[in-house]
Design a protein around this ligand. Structure first.
Ligand code: DGJ
Length: 729
């Protein structure tokens, strides 16, 4: 999969369908990028760098090294040496200079993949499934070594990259910007695709023209964020699911990030993806190393669908570690939208009792069970059971829920503190606050400085003692505000630029401790809905709460954008009541169920308020979940139609890996009068097969399903939906 041509000094990384080629420029010793695209047999594509026409080579035209630097497709670009595009690495040395120039030093190719200390990263699952190339570049003046790692996989078209910087000198160097990925491409009339959003409408696909200069997205919030996502893709114009070219990039990181494409005067495009340089400065002392988070690259020349498959395979096979990855998740009832803060043991037990009748398998007690938490103004940080609400504590409640045959899960927001809390009164300096300034509150809360050991220990003890205090089998780890007012008493003034990243590392460390202390646990991450839904968190939890917006209509767009890169098995999705709490919209109960079936599935309401009809429908929905979840969780997902594009309906399908089963979901969002049915063409089928529709018993050739489509008759009313189950004959 990875080859090195010693004579040509070319590295060739082959995935199943793509090749990524770069090499050593003979004259100057720089590492230059040559090609990323459809798999090639040929190795020698050096001419593609445009440097071999002689004009720009420093040896030929030493007078004009700048002419070289500003056009060379550097594999890892650096600042201060005449490349006027944005760079991957920027430093300040002891003289205050920013120059860094990297030359090839050595490389090694090995089977498998090493872990990235302290960071989430993809891994090898079995012998022979991953190969890694590590290249060491050096700046001899700075005595800085930069190790670039690339891994390729036998079962997905993804390539992952990471960067390690090592200070081999005797003076400190400050890193002011480090991108995990730098990729120079030629513009092919690209659009830039990103996943834009807000609270309640996370990760909505958005295309824009790639003009000259910078185009991109970022988060400076300390979380990957609702607003922008650590993902961008360069696509050909009017790309479809099956046609067109896409280069896609995703960062395995949960904090502030930057993802940009820069198109320069020569129409060369540089893609950069990494930790946001905003408020970032990292002191690298002699002997220290800094590891930048892993970045994922996927190229498809067959439209978006193949890109999606590559990401899904990578994350399911090589990123998520939970024992629940390949298991059905218990159908849960979460009381948040049902009760908000207004609950006690009796209410929860009654909710559980009703839930049990419908076959629901776990009760999750959300926010409000601890301290003086009767609303969201107080008590975060005081992780002691409120005995007024829960007499007898967690033990008693959990015992009663277990007696009903349900598992028990709990909500915590470990990283936060309210000023009105015993914790804050005892340790006002434990929250991020800038000396002399009033901190900015958000939802009336502050962020704990978990980069400090004593704060970290307190937080961990709260999590551990809560989870050990009763038979708790699931944790929803919430995080409800962005980071600002960054100042830590734990570091000197000139190192405050390290805090944002150190914070993310501390979150990872807490969650690593959690999953090693409670290996059988089901962890679901959450951040005001889907504000920290990213590959970094998936390394710790197999599922993430996708959005606080549980409206089935809004979820179509949110789940479309999320499933563009993340497997359906990772998307927390629940049925809630109507009018919806976020949107005020009414949708049929059946459709709410059908949309939630595309995720982890559960309910978010007060079961004691079910109508008789709903009570019966829950039983059916839970049965349907059990019938299809293996397929939905493990199968191949294809997007068939998009409400975002057509304004009327949405459709997707999942096909089992052995081709035996297909489940199509169709939702008519906005009814158009007098339409005589719609044809939905299926994707990814072997056209030699035949399938029977379980409901109508009609047998279709897969060639017909693919080229003519399945006919969905018109429905009566908005937000009607339909599941179509096909099995191979
Ligand atoms: C935000 C989450 O997204 C909600 O599901 C709920 O847990 C609230 N926080 C509780 O405060």
């Amino acid at each position: 999969m990875i080859k090195y041509d010693d004579k040509l000094k070319i590295f060739k990384l082959d995935t199943i369908n793509t090749s990524y080629i770069f090499g050593l420029d003979d004259e100057a010793g720089y590492l230059c990028h040559y090609y990323y695209g459809k798999k090639l047999e040929s190795v020698d594509v050096r001419y593609l760098s445009r440097l071999y026409d002689g004009k720009y080579l420093p040896g030929v035209n030493a007078r004009d090294k700048n002419g070289f630097s500003d056009v060379a497709p550097f594999e890892f670009s650096t600042g201060g040496i005449g490349d006027f595009r944005p760079h991957a690495l920027e430093i300040i040395d002891k003289n205050g200079s920013i120059a860094c120039e990297l030359f090839y030093d050595s490389h090694r190719i090995y089977e498998g993949k090493e872990a990235l200390t302290g960071l989430p990263a993809t891994f090898s699952n079995k012998k022979g499934d991953v190969q890694t190339l590590e290249i060491t570049l050096k700046d001899k003046i700075l005595k800085l070594a930069v190790k670039l790692s690339y891994s390729v996989f036998s079962d997905t078209d993804a390539i992952v990259r990471s960067v390690k910087v090592i200070n081999e000198g005797s003076d400190s160097v400050n890193i002011t910007k480090i991108m995990s990925l730098s990729l120079d491409l030629d513009n092919e009339d690209f659009d830039l695709l990103s996943l834009h959003g807000s609270w309640g409408r996370e990760r909505t696909m958005e295309y824009r023209d790639l003009g000259h200069g910078f185009t991109g997205v970022s988060s400076q919030r300390g979380v990957s964020s609702h607003q922008e996502h650590p993902f961008i893709a360069l696509t050909s114009k009017n790309i479809t699911q099956t046609e067109g070219s896409v280069y896609a990039f995703n960062l395995v990181y949960s904090g502030s990030f930057e993802a940009v494409a820069h198109r320069n005067q020569f129409d060369l495009v540089r893609v950069l993806l990494g930790i946001s340089p905003y408020n970032f400065k990292w002191e690298l002392k002699p002997g220290d190393e800094f590891i930048a988070p892993e970045a994922v690259m996927v190229h498809s020349f067959k439209g978006l669908s193949a890109m999606t498959t590559a990401f899904h395979e990578l994350y399911r096979n090589h990123l998520i570690r939970s024992p629940y990855l390949h298991k059905k998740r218990p159908v849960l009832i979460n009381n948040w939208e049902g009760t908000y803060f207004d609950f006690d043991t009796e209410k929860l037990v009654n909710i559980a009792k009703e839930a049990a009748k419908g076959g629901i398998e776990m009760l999750v007690m959300d926010d409000g069970w601890f301290g003086n938490r009767f609303d969201d103004n107080r008590a975060l940080g005081d992780w002691k059971v409120n005995e007024e609400k829960l007499p007898g504590g967690l033990k008693e409640l959990v015992r009663r829920v277990n007696d009903l045959g349900l598992k028990f899960g709990i909500w915590m927001e470990p990283e936060m503190v309210n000023p009105d809390s015993d914790l804050y009164r005892a340790h006002p300096d434990w929250a991020f606050e800038i000396p002399g300034r009033d901190p900015s509150l958000s939802r009336n809360q502050l962020v704990l400085d978990i980069t400090r050991q004593e704060v970290f220990d307190y937080v961990w003890n709260c999590v551990e003692s809560t989870l050990k205090s009763a038979n708790i089998e699931y944790l929803k780890w919430d995080m409800n505000r962005a980071l600002c007012d960054i100042y830590s008493a734990g570091l000197p003034a000139d190192r405050q630029g390290e805090i944002m990243h150190r914070y993310v590392l501390s979150v990872y460390k807490l969650q690593e401790k959690l999953i090693t202390t409670f290996p059988e646990f089901l962890l679901e991450n959450c951040s005001s809905g889907g504000g920290r839904f990213d590959p970094g968190m998936l390394y710790y939890s197999p599922q993430i709460w996708t959005s606080d917006n549980t409206d089935a209509g809004a979820r179509l767009l949110i789940q479309e954008g999320t499933a563009l890169i993340y497997p359906l098995s990772t998307m927390g999705a629940h049925v809630s009541v109507c009018p919806n709490h976020a949107m005020g919209r009414n949708t049929p109960f059946e459709t709410r169920g059908n949309v939630a079936l595309a995720g982890t599935f559960g309910y978010e309401l007060d079961t004691t308020k079910f109508t008789d009809e709903e009570r019966e429908m829950v039983k059916e929905q839970v049965k349907t979940y059990h019938k299809y979840n293996d397929l939905v969780r493990e199968g191949d997902y294809y997007r068939l139609a998009s409400l975002r594009e057509n304004g009327v309906y949405d459709a997707w399908m999942v096909k089992s890996k052995d081709d035996k089963e297909i489940l199509v979901t169709f939702v008519l969002a906005n009814k158009v009068c007098n339409v005589k049915g719609r044809k939905i063409k299926l994707l990814g089928l072997n056209e030699a097969y035949k399938y029977v529709d379980e409901e109508t018993k009609v047998v279709y050739g897969a060639d017909v399903l693919s080229n003519a489509g399945i006919l969905i008759s018109d429905m009566w009313g908005d937000y009607q939906s339909k599941l179509i189950h096909l099995t191979k004959v």
